[in-house]
Design a protein around this ligand. Structure first.
Ligand SMILES: Cc1cc2nc3c(=O)[nH]c(=O)nc-3n(C[C@H](O)[C@H](O)[C@H](O)COP(=O)(O)OP(=O)(O)OC[C@H]3O[C@@H](n4cnc5c(N)ncnc54)[C@H](O)[C@@H]3O)c2cc1C
Length: 582
């Protein structure tokens, strides 16, 4: 007789199960104790007994083979049923309880009706579900909100007829993503609208530095830094497919020479790289504006890498927006998932793993704080402590605007760019980002601004426009930054306020209410410090796995982190396919 737990539903990665799988002792134990008098549910428990309990359980089972005995006590007029199997059941429960991990594995995975469940429908959750469905596994996604998409949702936040992206708008990472670019997104209706220039950086003298699509054209306007700029970027732009494949993944040795060449500059702080490579304040400011996307002090290690990665993507694929709003990207991913047989259930917040239907694998598009909420009791202490020590970065204070006219930039070339970095010089931007990380409010914050309707006319009624702007603030900050943000825009676009029809403000807490993953307003799923970059969320050989067999993390709190690229989900699903879903 084959032991019951050898059914294909049991995760084969479980080393404990493997160890005991072929033991003759276990087969013998099963044959002896699984008599008809032991009902089906109890027999399932026998699969979970650690080997050290076989002998005592077997002895008890053999000793209790007599039927139940009814003892009458005439003096007190009572009857007692002496059940010989009771000591056996007592020890059986003790044995099973001594191994809660196996108990969970058995009950969740052995009775699986689905191969996998994904919690959360952000780009990573949907990417993970697609990878699993492509491999022929049954998968269901549970989403807390009534709409899907996580950081890719759009909504009419201000006036009717205005489409605003609640979170992401600029989708360079979707275009460079080794996984997303393989999907038939166009056939599900996704179109990218490309601004003429990826981003602009206005300065106080009324001019602006522009990151153009080509390295050559950008460098041409950088005067004394033209050669240094070309030397820094051109080799990586020419190899951008291989470079993105090497950096949008867990740490490893893919394309080692290219990675090493990139790493020499990327590991540096943005401040040190900009000051050593460029002599002009204009070029330094351009670099600082891109580096500040990291939400780290610009003196932190590897902030140069953040800027370089984004600028390489600007030159290789551009910084486009999705026509009609980012929600169309989410809907296309969902449509593709459904076409592969996947299911999506919305408006269902998962509060505990016990709420989920049985499945062989669970992939959580959640940050460590939510994982602790839904699985804490099951997580071993060391891993739990690791998750608790995970650091979140500064928050974001965001304003969406409905405008009656385009922004009146003093440097008109800013209107050629989809994204505008506002904050002046490198020193000013560094000061603002330092403040957000030190828990201080800055009255001249670095502002990241996106003006999608200039390139996508479907975003607003004819002649009208949408725009969002956000600044970094301390995590969970409750200060109203509307005035400082608008002052900064006015600084480079006098008369901006007169263009505003209405505005929609989101404090960090509002963003977190919209999406529980945005903890304290941190849009990156955790600080992108060098210590947490490749080892997020906890140091493990396989960062997507957890100590619970079959339970995985697949959000931007795993490598390669922030952005709409789906690569965290892709690699988490690959890990699940290698182990629990083989
Ligand atoms: C304001 C803002 C602007 C941004 N701009 C850009 C940009 O321009 N370009 C870019 O590439 N990136 C941008 N980002 C970052 C990008 O949105 C995120 O990095 C990305 O969405 C992370 O994807 P994810 O799948 O890991 O998680 P998320 O997109 O956060 O998705 C997580 C999902 O899980 C759901 N969820 C949470 N808890 C539960 C639960 N208990 N049960 C069920 N469901 C749950 C949430 O509702 C959400 O739908 C921006 C983010 C913000 C907030």
């Amino acid at each position: 007789m084959r032991p019951r737990f050898c059914t294909p539903d049991v995760p084969k990665s479980s080393s404990c199960l493997k160890r005991v799988q072929d033991r003759d002792a276990l087969r013998f134990f099963h044959r002896q104790v699984s008599s008809e008098s032991v009902d089906c549910e109890v027999r399932k428990l026998l699969d979970l007994v650690p080997p050290c309990f076989y002998v005592p359980l077997l002895c008890l089972r053999l000793a209790s083979s007599s039927p139940s005995v009814v003892i009458e006590n005439r003096r007190y007029n009572t009857t007692t049923v002496r059940e010989p199997l009771l000591p056996f059941f007592g020890l059986l429960i003790l044995a099973v309880a001594s191994n809660p991990c196996l108990l969970h594995t058995h009950y969740v995975f052995n009775r699986a009706s689905l191969d996998a469940v994904v919690v959360g429908s952000g780009p990573n959750g949907l990417a993970a579900a697609i990878v699993l469905a492509q491999a022929g596994r049954s998968v269901r996604v549970y989403e807390a909100q009534s709409t899907i998409g996580g950081g890719m949702r759009s909504a009419a936040l201000t006036e009717p007829g205005f489409i605003h992206d609640v979170c992401s708008t600029v989708h360079a990472l979707a275009l460079v993503s080794p996984f997303l670019k393989t999907l038939p997104l166009a056939s599900h209706g996704v179109q990218f609208a490309h601004p003429q220039a990826p981003f602009a950086h206005p300065l106080d003298d009324g001019t602006a530095v522009i990151a153009e699509r080509s390295v050559e054209a950008t460098a041409k306007a950088l005067g004394p830094d033209a050669n240094a700029y070309k030397k820094l970027f051109q080799p990586f732009v020419s190899a951008s497919d291989r470079l993105m494949d090497a950096i949008l993944r867990p740490i490893g040795f893919h394309h080692p020479f290219l990675l090493a060449a990139f790493g020499i500059s990327a590991i540096r702080s943005a401040t040190s790289l900009a000051q050593s490579q460029f002599s002009s304040e204009r070029t330094r400011a351009l670099f600082a504006g891109a580096a500040a996307h990291s939400m780290l002090p610009l003196s932190s290690l590897a902030t140069a890498g953040f800027a370089m990665g984004l600028m390489i993507s600007a030159h290789s694929v551009g910084w486009p927006v999705v026509t009609g709003g980012s929600q169309n990207l989410a809907d296309a991913l969902a449509a593709h998932l459904r076409s592969l047989g996947g299911e999506i259930v919305t408006a269902t917040r998962i509060e505990s793993l016990a709420q989920l239907p049985p499945s062989r694998a669970i992939l959580c598009d959640l940050t460590p704080r939510q994982l602790l909420k839904i699985a804490a009791q099951r997580l071993p202490t060391a891993y739990r402590n690791g998750l608790q020590a995970y650091r979140y970065g500064p928050g974001v204070f965001k304003i969406d605007f409905a405008l009656r006219a385009p922004v009146p930039w003093r440097a008109p070339e800013c209107a050629r760019a989809g994204t505008v970095h506002i904050g002046g010089t490198l020193a000013e931007i560094a000061d603002s980002e330092r403040a957000a990380n030190d828990g201080r409010i800055h009255d001249k914050p670095y502002v990241l601004l996106v003006q999608p309707s200039l390139f996508d006319s479907t975003r607003a009624p004819a002649g009208l426009h949408t725009l969002w702007a956000y600044c970094h603030v301390p995590n969970g900050c409750t200060a109203d930054m509307s005035a400082p943000v608008e002052r900064q825009i006015e600084r480079f676009a006098p008369g901006f306020r007169d263009c505003v029809i209405s505005r929609h403000v989101m404090f960090p807490a509002d963003l977190e209410r919209h999406n529980a993953n945005i903890v304290g307003g941190d849009i990156g799923g955790g600080a992108a410090t060098i210590g947490q970059w490749f080892t997020r969320p906890v140091v493990r050989l396989d960062p997507y796995s957890t100590p619970i067999p079959g339970l995985y993390l697949c959000s931007s709190s795993t490598p390669p982190g922030i952005g709409v690229h789906g690569m965290c989900g892709f690699y988490a699903a690959r890990s699940a396919l290698r182990h629990s879903l083989r």
